[in-house]
Design a protein around this ligand. Structure first.
Ligand code: HEM
Length: 456
């Protein structure tokens, strides 16, 4: 039983999918496939990768440094909105979160600073602010990922293929210019890990295109759904604003300092552990919107739960919606957003029923970074602005266009909203987000709750 994760294995599938998406060379593929499932011991690129990237993403100095860059970027992106403005909500969040995330990970030489790269990565952006001619040649990498994953010929995914090649070219330059040396502990660890395993430089760049998928694709949609649900539910919005009010501090400048009357500081480190309703809302968004399908390869005949014979070579698929929308587990209101559902004092039958970040040996290592970023963005937004949907009512949004490989899908259609500074929060106030040193984690997955219960 303890070796079930090897019998129903993820690394061989992960390696195959990465090779298809990245278009890596035979040399790199052979390295990736060597001892891919760890049958000969704890060595090999695939087996040691998770361990290599775990420390920089786990609460501690590496993660704090990434969070500081991210918080500063998010603060200045919202600082630019000084009066009432109309936005396409997902488009706005996607652009700002993509920049904040990639600046934190890749540092000053972040290839995503170029809007062509951002738009190459995401599906065609309809923002009025974006110069559409940039899209003509290099779009739809993310859109065509499913075809790349399936290993379809280039002719099926010409646009996506071109976009991947552009991304690869930029990452080659980034690594040749030693951009990673100015980047986060995460990118340094990923680079070092590849070098240790003698991966050629162009393939390191190719692997980074797949890395960017893990880093980017779920945070923006999750952030979008959280903002959408909070603004469309007055009680959730009120509860979260009240909670956040307790981690704000104010400094009045009396005699005007620069152009600001006072500074309001949001203590993000404190918010991570003292805002259970915001955390519960984030978990509820992942429960309600996650469409991820965890997939495992059956390495040998195996009887699951003394009941089901799984034949060698088969594939096991574990769809999150099945786990997340079972009325027997979640109650009769399983299909609606309940911002209090995950509060510690609310009864839940089985803590591992929530799999928003997966679980066990493949539990998402980026969950602390992603959750902190979503917290920072959402907290600043709801504290500073009121929001109205165009037409005055919040419409139901669908996600029917979601691709099979996605975990948190974006809405099929973007939402036009107007954002208005809240009464009392005018342009003379400077906002800051404070990230102090922290080794505390947010109890976001069942495994985190267990870890927090362990004595030090
Ligand atoms: C809201 C945002 C995110 C969500 C919902 C999410 C969700 C998930 C899920 C469900 C898995 C497990 C897949 C499986 O078991 O089949 C996973 C794996 C992974 N995630 Fe995330 N993720 C997010 C953000 C991030 C970020 C920001 C990073 C990196 C900084 C990241 C890095 C990874 C990696 C590397 C894996 C693969 C782990 C392995 O090798 O086993 N994720 N994620």
């Amino acid at each position: 039983m303890s070796d079930q994760y090897k019998t129903l294995a993820f690394p061989p599938l992960q390696a195959k999918l990465a090779m298809n998406v990245c278009g890596s060379s035979k040399v790199a593929n052979d390295i990736l496939n060597t001892n891919v499932n760890g049958d000969e011991g704890f060595w090999g690129y695939s087996i040691t990768h998770y361990k290599a990237i775990h420390p920089p993403l786990f609460p501690g100095p590496g993660l704090d440094a990434m969070n500081r860059v991210m918080a500063q970027k998010i603060t200045s992106s919202l600082e630019r909105i000084q009066s009432s403005e109309v936005f396409r909500l997902f488009d706005f969040i996607k652009r700002e979160v993509t920049l904040a995330t990639t600046d934190s990970v890749y540092g000053d030489q972040n290839p995503f600073k170029d809007p062509t790269i951002v738009e190459s990565f995401w599906y065609a952006c309809q923002s009025e602010q974006f110069d559409v001619h940039l899209l003509t040649e290099y779009r739809e990498f993310q859109e065509g990922v499913m075809c790349l994953l399936m290993g379809l010929p280039q002719s099926f995914v010409r646009e996506s293929f071109k976009a991947r090649e552009l991304l690869t070219k930029r990452f080659v330059k980034y690594f040749e210019d030693n951009g990673h040396e100015e980047g986060s502990a995460l990118i340094k660890a990923r680079y070092e890990h590849s070098i240790e395993h003698k991966i050629p430089l162009e393939d390191i760049a190719r692997f980074e295109t797949a890395g960017a998928i893990a880093i980017l694709t779920n945070t923006s949609p999750t952030c979008f759904w959280l903002v959408y649900h909070l603004y469309s539910s007055p009680s959730a919005l009120g509860d979260c604003r009240k909670e956040l009010g307790q981690v704000l501090s104010e400094t009045s400048h009396g005699i005007r300092e620069g152009s600001f009357d006072k500074t309001i500081t949001l203590d993000l480190t404190q918010a991570k552990t003292s805002c259970p309703t915001l955390l519960s809302s984030l978990q509820e968004v992942l429960r309600l919107h996650s469409v991820g399908i965890s997939t495992r390869l059956v390495m040998e005949d195996h009887v699951l739960a003394d009941k089901y014979l799984l034949k060698k070579g088969g594939t096991v698929m574990i769809p999150a919606p099945v786990q997340h929308r079972e009325a027997a587990t979640w109650g009769e209101n399983v299909h609606s957003f309940d911002h209090r559902r995950f509060l510690p004092n609310e009864k839940r039958s089985n803590p591992v029923a929530f799999r928003g970040f997966g679980g066990g040996t493949t539990l998402c290592p980026g969950r602390h970074f992603a959750s902190t970023e979503i917290f920072a963005f959402t907290a600043l937004m709801i504290l500073r602005f009121d929001m109205q949907p165009s037409g005055g009512t919040w419409k139901e949004l669908t996600t029917n266009k979601a691709s099979l490989w996605e975990v948190t899908p974006r809405p099929d259609e973007d939402l036009t909203v107007s954002l208005v500074p809240r009464p009392g929060f005018h342009a003379d106030i400077k906002w800051e987000v404070l990230v102090t040193d922290s080794d505390k984690m947010m109890p976001i997955a069942a495994e985190d709750v267990d870890a927090l219960r362990q004595p030090n």
